[in-house]
Design a binder for this molecule. Sequence first.
Ligand SMILES: [Zn+2]
Ligand SMILES: [Zn+2]
Length: 369
Amino acid sequence: MRIRGAVLEEVGRARPYAASRPLSICELELAPPGPGEVLVRIEAAGVCHSDLSVVDGTRVRPVPMLLGHEAAGRVERAGPGVDDIEAGQRVVMTFLPRCGACEGCATDGVTPCVRGSAANNAGTLLSRGVRLRRDGAPVLHHLGVSGFATHAVVDRHSVVPVDDDVPPEVAAVLGCAVLTGGGAVNAGRPAPGQTVTVVGLGGVGMAALITALAVDGVTVIGVDGNPDKLAAARRLGAHATYRPAELAASGIRAPIVIEAAGNVRAFEAAVAATAPGGRTVTVGLPAPDARSSISPLGLVAEGRTIVGSYLGSAVPARDIPVFVRMWREGRLPVEALVSARIRLSDVNEAMDQLADGTVIRQVIVFDAF
Ligand SMILES: [Zn+2]
Ligand SMILES: [Zn+2]
């Protein structure tokens, strides 16, 4: 079938992206779902920092690639062998399929799926197939999702069903921001009476913030360089907010600190702001060549732990229903993470906004315009 999508043509084009247009909106041919795959009509897709990292080359991926890894939609057709999901079902896409059979999948979300990671690095689906073509030439999949498009074919392991009462924008954001940020909070295991500090208040950091606020008796501190984001964090219920320099000067240290900015300065600030006996959960994705300087003695003498948490150490099929329940109970205001609803054709401008660090989550909506 013919679809429309946003294809990254070349890595590392100059900003502003509104002028250099690294993503072209074009027509592509989408093959039918193969065995174990589903065809999904995309309803909403969030623009995440990990998309920008592919555009600017911080995360090196092969091109041409149809970007977008945080999305939700309705299943239009199930491929051969898929008997537990039907046409019409709303699904959240998840960007790291768990095949359920490898050694990574045998862990509790701590280790990513080995097959899923290999497929993601190759730009293919879990089957190692590619279902996208443009003018006869293959176009690669982004993290098994490629959600910046009207439709996608994905592996059954890349979707989690949700009920119809979950709106598309909420469902989309559950798949990356909430799963990652909320999962990082879970990985920190906060107890009543403890403080959770979140460093970096983009989509993932704000999701961590609202998840921490949903834990009874926890005090939540938000840290970011942008005063607008600090104000947004306070509106969401943060008990205190600081710019990074203010936090360092305050000497405040918390038993659980989440690093959600994905750069070395934020990582080092998060480690420095972790109390004796505490856990620094690092969930941001710095450039592969980034290197940090911290004191090993500080870790030993104060009995502190650094926890690396990819995708919030989440198991999507297990954890998304938990976040949906919290949202339905009014304890997790996921809508508040959506700072703008945009068109697919606005995606280059959205990358500029993201690079400026002024937005929380821009969501492409396909039916609203
Ligand atoms: Zn993401
Ligand atoms: Zn696996």
